[in-house]
Design a protein around this ligand. Structure first.
Ligand SMILES: Nc1ncnc2c1ncn2[C@@H]1O[C@H](COP(=O)(O)OP(=O)(O)OP(=O)(O)O)[C@@H](O)[C@H]1O
Ligand SMILES: [Mg+2]
Length: 428
């Protein structure tokens, strides 16, 4: 069979799906790994790959910790210690990667991987920080919830999926994928002692499952059971007469895990209390909690319910702090790509010019801080205040909306007043 006439895998998949649907109706579901469905790598831009010859791929990393921190400062409010620590860890990791690439003998040398453990409450920028760094340095980034593994209690295939997802994010570029960042959220749920007082067995199993991946192992990208992988293998078999395993080594993948770790501060306080006089055993204020978390040690995580081998592979510990109302105000006002810009764009697409008074921003921030979900609450508050405006104004002749303190306090009244003043609705 002439392989050059074969259509793109996505076309084969489409035809195959149509055939299966016709035969079995809507009972058949397809799971697709996008990476293998996309255009050939040579047709896609890759941050540092040579355009002429994608095989002459050369990973580049030239950043200094301060460069990374300055970049993060543009988008992320507060979290200065976290930004610094993350910048250093990322630079150490990728400088080592560069050494390994350019003088492979280095690869033989003893090097402890600087996987990162991030602690902190919800919505304070943990994922955002890592995503921003990955975007800046041009490496693929995959985020997953650790609970996805503990639910099944089986880690093998799912862990491989994370690496496959990296290839997807790298748009099929296997070289780039091996320098990616895998971010595992809610990792604290893998630890802990169950309500019965016994250790959570599935969480423990997941921790052990992740050990190899975090250090070094090879993941076969052809291992997928999805149709797309099978079709790709089939096509390769037709072309070459054999299917070569496509392996990705996880040695250079940076693992960052994060969680809120509720209760860890009390474990730390108890430990310190034993040794120091004057620290309360049950911390109350948030600054006290953050300070305690920054003093966390491996033994605290073990008491929390982690396996020593697991925590040991996460040597860099980073604490993100709670955001107060003033921080939320600065997020709205000063951070690049803030929600305010997003809302302005949304209104602009209807031809409406949206503006906020400073006092309105402060009030929104104060309201959001009461929700205790960090910066995420800003969206909740804005959505509540502006929803009806977003619904009504596009069909009205109003082309300007200024959000004031009064509007935030009484959105319905403000909308009624606005619409009452201009009764000229556009009619179809
Ligand atoms: N310090 C911050 N500065 C600017 N924006 C922030 C900050 N923290 C959070 N945000 C905004 O809130 C969103 C949610 O934050 P993020 O996903 O980083 O939370 P998180 O700390 O990972 O929370 P969780 O533990 O629930 O996953 C971000 O996409 C960002 O827009
Ligand atoms: Mg997160």
């Amino acid at each position: 069979m002439e392989t050059k006439d074969l259509p793109h895998p996505s076309e084969i998949q489409r035809d195959f799906e149509a055939f299966m649907q016709q035969k079995y109706g809507g009972h058949v579901r397809f799971v697709v790994h996008e990476a293998k469905m996309e255009a050939p790598r040579s047709e896609r831009p890759s941050p540092s790959a040579s355009k002429d010859d994608p095989k002459s791929y050369d990973f580049q990393f030239h950043f200094l910790p301060k460069d990374l921190k300055e970049h993060l400062d543009r988008f992320v409010v507060q979290q200065n210690e976290a930004k610094k620590a993350l910048a250093i860890a990322v630079c150490d990791h990728y400088n080592h990667v560069m050494e390994c690439i350019h003088s492979p003998s280095e690869a033989e040398m003893e090097f402890s991987k600087q996987n990162v453990l991030m602690l902190g409450p919800t919505g304070v920028g943990k994922t955002y920080l890592v995503r921003l760094i990955a975007e800046l340095i041009g490496v693929p980034f995959v985020k997953a919830d650790a609970t996805r593994f503990s639910e099944t209690g089986y880690v093998g295939a799912n862990v491989d999926d994370l690496v496959r997802d990296l290839v997807t994010q790298a748009q099929g570029d296997l070289h780039l994928a091996q320098y990616g960042i895998i971010y595992l959220d809610e990792v604290d749920k893998l630890a802990g002692v169950g309500t019965t007082g016994t250790k959570d067995v599935s969480g423990r199993g997941v921790q052990f499952g992740l050990l190899k991946l975090m250090e070094e192992t090879e993941v076969n990208l052809r291992g997928g059971n999805d149709i797309s992988s099978q079709i790709q293998s089939l096509m390769e078999f037709q072309k070459k007469g054999s299917v070569e395993p496509q392996l990705i080594n996880t040695r250079h993948i940076l693992f960052i895990v994060s969680g809120a770790f509720h209760g860890l501060e009390e474990i730390i306080a108890r430990r310190l209390h034993r040794r120091t006089i004057g620290i309360s055993a049950s911390p109350t204020s948030q600054s006290e909690v953050s300070e305690l978390l920054s003093l966390s040690q491996t033994e605290d995580f073990i008491k929390f319910g982690f396996e020593p081998e697991f925590v040991g592979r996460l040597p860099v510990r980073i604490v993100c702090e709670k955001l107060v109302a003033n921080d939320l105000y600065h997020i709205l006002k000063d951070s690049e790509s803030s929600l305010i810009q997003q809302y302005k764009r949304a209104f602009r697409s209807y031809g409406i010019d949206l503006a906020f008074s400073d006092r309105a921003l402060k009030l929104i921030a104060t309201r959001a801080s009461l929700e205790k979900t960090g910066a995420r609450a800003l969206m909740t508050v804005l959505e509540k205040v502006l929803r009806d405006f977003k619904y009504e104004l596009p069909s009205s002749s109003i082309r300007k909306l200024r959000v004031t303190e009064g509007l935030v306090n009484h959105p319905e009244r403000a909308l009624r007043k606005l619409l009452g003043a201009r009764r000229i609705f556009r009619r179809q």
